[in-house]
Design a protein around this ligand. Structure first.
Ligand code: NAG
Ligand code: NAG
Ligand code: NAG
Ligand code: NAG
Ligand code: NAG
Ligand code: NAG
Ligand code: NAG
Ligand code: NAG
Length: 486
């Protein structure tokens, strides 16, 4: 309790006074025109394919848990993508009878469990098919057809399908080489098959699901061979660092954050040659790989890379960011076995509630190693009653400095503050709870229900926050033209 109280005093002080010693920043939103647009499905989540074979029991994820359902509904509407390296080793067997290779088989019952869940919580399902089912040098769709047939007989909706995960790494993981141009042809043929299968006329074909920074030539060949006409969404996978070498300082390192800018530029450069208009997603992305950095990727500090990623991706025109992952491993949004929401879960919920529609540019009086600032129109259908014309800004303060932010273009206006701070330091794990506070109130579920997530309203034109923290500000009276006619 002592820790919580001192954090409380600190931030209350900061919100009410301009303190000496704080870095002063002036921020202006460019209101005349939007630079991009995102919809309410912008943030999606993932689960890894290795959870599908029955012996895994979904890694302990209980789809019937009220808590899990409440947390999932808190993110809805939301894409759920199940994919990953293990997916290219899996076979669908509706009954599971007579299966000897149980660790590489998933059954109709498993498929039912996830589809029922997705329907109950109002998510949309994307699945990665096994591209290593091969015959005479090309993909063999026999097992995929069985799955599609089973799926439509049950009346399940499939929002999207992928074919092959990080195929550029097959030589190392599966000791198999499939050329990028062969994959481009495979996905093109898959698209034709899907469009001629009743019930799948509008299921998205998604790919190529590789790291474009590592394999841009691979991606270019994939598009040139037919992938360009096949894909409805282009997906690149992205991680900032590896679990093995991750260091706490990486999570607030603005140079490392900026590597995403050049990564997306590389992706745009490759994709836009053949696909000038196809929406681009970060189709699988998190802080560090392959499972998340121990003691970091599931703590408050992970929010810096996550929120900055959302800001950069939206501003650079991306239409989707699929967070690796909803459950399991160290970069999950909810706790392994406890299902307690982790700090990035709450950050994601706030983003989904407050941000949406047109994306705006921001100018700050100091450079982006002192403050990271992003602006959007406030989500049109928000639960707070914010009217069209409202603006939502979000900020990351990556340094240790207390920072005062002033908004010269919005004098004498209310500001609604949703500021997130850790309850016990950047890697807070107090009593094994990785708690984050919203305006000093530790966030928890009450009776499996999400709290209201109320803002703190202030009339001050300058707001001050502690270093190494982040949060959202809403300007309900901004009356920005680009946000008025959504
Ligand atoms: C499946 O994997 C588990 C461990 O993950 C192992 O104990 C078991 O022997 C495997 N089963 C088969 C049939 O390979
Ligand atoms: C990889 O496959 C080749 C044949 O395709 C085989 O000769 C080689 O032993 C395999 N390597 C490993 C590590 O399994
Ligand atoms: C992470 O931080 C460590 C320690 O400062 C540094 O050596 C390493 O290069 C950083 N990693 C990345 C990907 O920037
Ligand atoms: C949950 O944590 C335990 C203990 O750390 C670990 O053995 C297990 O693999 C984890 N489960 C998942 C699904 O990540
Ligand atoms: C931050 O500023 C640097 C130049 O100082 C620029 O290269 C980088 O793209 C900027 N990052 C973002 C997210 O705008
Ligand atoms: C930020 O402000 C608090 C409260 O006034 C103070 O204790 C702390 O030392 C300040 N931090 C820095 C880095 O100046
Ligand atoms: C939680 O649910 C129990 C049983 O339904 C009820 O008695 C209790 O008042 C609820 N608590 C809150 C804080 O709503
Ligand atoms: C204040 O914080 C310290 C430590 O994080 C940084 O070294 C400074 O660069 C920073 N100052 C500004 C203006 O960002």
């Amino acid at each position: 309790m002592k820790v919580t109280l001192s954090a409380l005093l600190l931030v209350t002080t900061f919100i009410s006074h301009t303190s000496t010693g704080a870095v002063n920043v002036s921020v202006t939103v460019l209101t005349t025109q939007a630079v991009s647009f995102i919809d309410e499905l912008f943030i999606g989540v993932t689960l890894d394919s290795h959870l599908l074979p029955a012996p895994q029991h979904w890694g302990g994820l209980d789809f019937n848990s009220q808590k899990v359902q409440a947390l999932a509904k808190g993110l809805a509407p939301c894409y759920l993508r199940i994919g990953g390296t293990a997916g290219d080793g899996l076979t669908f067997d509706p009954t599971g009878h007579g299966t000897t290779d149980v660790n590489n088989t998933f059954t109709g019952a498993t498929w039912d469990a996830v589809n029922t869940f997705v329907r109950d919580v109002n998510w949309k399902f994307i699945f990665g098919l096994n591209v290593l089912k091969r015959k005479d040098g090309h993909w063999d769709p026999t097992n995929a057809k069985e799955l599609l047939q089973y799926n439509s007989a049950k009346g399940y909706q499939l929002a999207g399908l992928e074919l092959g995960n990080e195929a550029d790494l097959f030589p190392g993981t599966y000791n198999i080489t499939v050329s990028s141009s062969q994959l481009g042809m495979d996905v093109y043929n898959f698209k034709k098959l899907l469009r001629s299968t009743p019930g799948y006329e509008s299921t998205l074909v998604i790919g190529p699901d590789v790291n474009v920074g590592r394999s841009s030539a691979f991606v270019a060949d994939y598009f040139a061979a037919g992938g360009d006409r096949a894909v409805d969404r282009i997906t690149f996978h992205q991680y900032y660092t590896s679990d093995r070498t991750a260091h706490l300082s990486n999570f607030t390192d603005t140079k490392l954050m900026d590597t995403l800018v050049s990564y997306i530029q590389t992706g745009l450069g490759v994709a836009r040659r053949t696909n000038p208009h196809t929406p681009i997603w970060l189709g699988e992305t998190s802080s560090s790989s392959p499972g998340g950095a121990p003691g970091m990727s599931d703590r408050y500090v992970a929010g810096f890379l996550w929120l900055d990623k959302l800001g950069i991706a939206a501003r650079m025109g991306l239409k989707g960011v699929l967070r690796q992952e909803f459950y399991a491993e160290r970069y999950s949004l909810i706790g392994n076995s406890t299902f307690d929401p982790l700090p990035d879960y709450w950050l994601t919920v706030l983003y989904k509630r407050l941000v949406g529609g047109p994306v705006l540019s921001v100018e700050a009086s100091v450079d982006n190693s002192t403050i990271r600032a992003y602006a959007h129109c406030t989500k049109p259908s928000n639960s707070y009653g914010y009217v069209p014309g409202s603006v939502t800004m979000y900020f990351l303060l990556p340094t240790d400095n207390n920072t005062s932010i002033t908004f010269p273009q919005f004098p004498n206006q209310f500001v609604d503050v949703f500021w997130l701070t850790p309850v016990d330091g950047l890697t807070s794990n107090l009593r094994h709870l990785r708690t984050v506070a919203l305006n000093n109130d530790p966030l928890t579920l009450v009776n499996n229900t999400l709290p209201e997530l109320k803002p703190y309203r202030t009339e001050r034109n300058t707001v001050t926050f502690p270093g190494k923290s982040f949060g959202f500000l809403v300007f309900p009276e901004a009356d920005v033209a680009a946000c008025s006619s959504q």
